[in-house]
Design a protein around this ligand. Structure first.
Ligand SMILES: NC(=O)c1ccc[n+]([C@@H]2O[C@H](COP(=O)([O-])OP(=O)(O)OC[C@H]3O[C@@H](n4cnc5c(N)ncnc54)[C@H](OP(=O)(O)O)[C@@H]3O)[C@@H](O)[C@H]2O)c1
Ligand SMILES: *[C@@H]1O[C@H](CO)[C@@H](O)[C@H](O)[C@H]1NC(C)=O
Length: 317
């Protein structure tokens, strides 16, 4: 009995220590107010995106929730309006698993909204299946949909400079690479299958988020539009909702150590708001500070090639 208590005590101690060190989440220090500014957050009906949208609404921004499900999005709009006291919060339909939907979102947005100050590419998933255009769901939603969305909104961002593009990646990128053979020959970049395969496809897509940001920064030099990618932390959200038992087992230790969504929004907010980080455009952040990425994720040639391939896949080139 004594040993059991001692072991439990020790485990709790280790847990507390980890929470206070490795998993401690710094807060975004910017006190920026956003009255008169417009922000778009993709996938903001739940999770990190919703917490981010809530914070931006509290700062006075006009916040557009770009989400795929009307009911879930409108429920989030109501929550955010109520808690923030800001009435300029609205839903606009965007399904990143359809390039047609991305185009029609951009069209509607550009017609209706004169400003875009901050674009937050947050939506993400790890599930099997294909997008409407026949790409693998994970590549299609996490990377390609956001690629097209950003490109279509760039002129408006430039008109509103200084403005920012923030793309939520993940520390899982360290396991990823860009499989151009697969992109070129199969179009679909793999459709999933085993749990391990899905995890791989997820990390590939998160490398794409970083490479996209890397290349975008180059294209935006001299425009006062800056861009950043980031790891939000290990956060308790709905991201595992499509997962099977194996995923749940793999993810269990992470769930135990995960932080709340407000913590998960902090590095997103830092990248969106922090004054003075503009010279770091193109870089990747973690814990509200610039961080290193894997060798693949900072390779100039791969970034350039991914941009060109993405343009082609979206029918832009
Ligand atoms: N949670 C973590 O520990 C963690 C760690 C590293 C990185 N991230 C990244 O953080 C971001 C946010 O994830 P989360 O953890 O907050 O997950 P979440 O709770 O599952 O939220 C993901 C959001 O993305 C939306 N989404 C999915 N597919 C979409 C599509 N086709 N079109 C438009 N929106 C779509 C979801 O909408 P529905 O509700 O309609 O499905 C939801 O609003 C993701 O990019 C994820 O990769 C999370
Ligand atoms: C960028 O911002 C600086 C400093 O505010 C300004 O001097 C410059 O004209 C801006 N450049 C563009 C292209 O808007």
């Amino acid at each position: 009995m004594f040993y059991l208590v001692a072991v439990c005590g020790a485990l709790l101690g280790v847990y507390a220590l980890l929470q206070l060190t490795v998993f401690k989440m710094p807060r975004c220090k910017s006190s920026a107010k956003l009255h008169g500014k417009t922000v778009v957050v993709t996938g903001s009906n739940t999770g990190i995106g919703k917490a981010t949208a809530m914070n931006l609404a509290k700062r006075g921004a006009r916040v557009i929730l770009a989400c795929r499900d009307k009911q879930r999005a409108e429920a989030a709009v109501n929550d955010i309006k109520k808690e923030s006291g800001n009435n300029e919060v609205l839903y606009m339909q965007l399904d990143l698993a359809s390039l047609r939907s991305v185009r029609s979102f951009a069209e509607n947005f550009l017609k209706a909204e004169p400003r875009l100050d901050i674009l937050i590419n947050n939506a993400g998933l790890a599930m099997r299946g294909k997008t409407e255009d026949g790409f693998g769901m994970i590549f299609g939603v996490n990377h390609l949909g956001h690629f097209l969305l950003t490109v279509l909104l760039l002129d408006r961002l430039k008109e509103c400079a200084p403005s920012r593009v923030v793309t939520v990646s993940s520390c899982a990128h360290v396991m990823g690479k860009v499989d151009f053979d697969c992109i070129n020959t199969h179009k679909d970049l793999g459709l999933g299958g085993s749990t391990i395969r899905l995890l791989k496809l997820y990390s590939h897509s998160k490398v794409c988020n970083i490479l996209f940001t890397h290349e975008l920064a180059k294209k935006l030099e001299g425009t006062n539009v800056t861009c950043f990618s980031l790891h939000p932390g290990i956060i308790k959200t709905e991201i595992g909702r499509h997962s099977n038992l194996w995923w749940k087992i793999i993810l269990a230790p992470f769930v135990l150590l995960s932080s709340d969504v407000e913590s998960g929004a902090q590095t997103v907010l830092h990248c969106a708001l922090q004054e003075g980080i503009e010279p770091l455009s193109g870089r990747y952040f973690s814990k509200c500070a610039v961080a290193d990425v894997s060798a693949v994720a900072r390779d100039d040639a791969t970034a350039k090639k991914l941009w060109e391939v993405s343009e082609r896949l979206c029918g832009l080139a």
